[in-house]
Write a new protein. Structure first.
Length: 171
């Protein structure tokens, strides 16, 4: 059995997920995890599946025949656990401006933190007429790292940035 990570992008349309799921099912693959979104009229998805070695090529061929969809398939890899990590969620909120994701991701990388998942959105602030940016991160944080040190670093990026951590969430 192989684990495959499938990324897909193309114009969104009704029935697209059904078409993808039928192909995966027809090739006796097991849908393990996914994140699917419509962004500006484009379908964007990433799917983790498990499939028999002998069905990888036929599955790849069938998915690449979906009209209008760009498909990339990579074999999954297990990353070596070199140090003990804690799982945390981080929420960052502030006035929207260019560079927030760059600055936060750079700060996280400087502490050796891996971003497992990131979701972002900007929305109009009620009664303020400005845009508020929010990012949610699922992180692997080295056990030896002080969350207070990380919080100080992130809060120093901007006066209006609010930083919140959860309590050691399991993922």
């Amino acid at each position: 059995m192989k684990q495959l990570v499938i990324t897909l992008i193309g114009p969104d349309r009704a029935g697209l997920v059904d078409q993808i799921s039928n192909i995966i099912y027809d090739h006796q693959a097991s849908w393990q995890a996914s994140s699917l979104s419509n962004l500006a009229g484009m379908f964007a998805g990433i799917i983790l599946i498990q499939v028999s070695d002998n069905l990888v090529t036929p599955l790849r061929d069938a998915l690449s025949e979906i009209n209008g969809l760009d498909v990339v398939i990579n074999e999954g890899e297990k990353s070596p656990e070199s140090q003990v990590m804690q799982h945390h969620q981080l929420s960052v909120t502030g006035n929207d401006r260019p560079g927030i994701v760059k600055e936060v991701s750079q700060a996280l990388a400087s502490f050796g933190i891996n971003i497992n998942k990131m979701e972002t959105h900007a929305q109009s602030a009620a009664n303020a007429g400005t845009m508020i940016f929010n990012a949610q991160f699922h992180l692997d944080i080295p056990e030896s790292l002080s969350l207070n040190d990380l919080r100080e670093k992130l809060e120093s990026l901007s006066d209006d940035l609010m930083v919140e951590f959860d309590n050691n969430e399991s993922q």
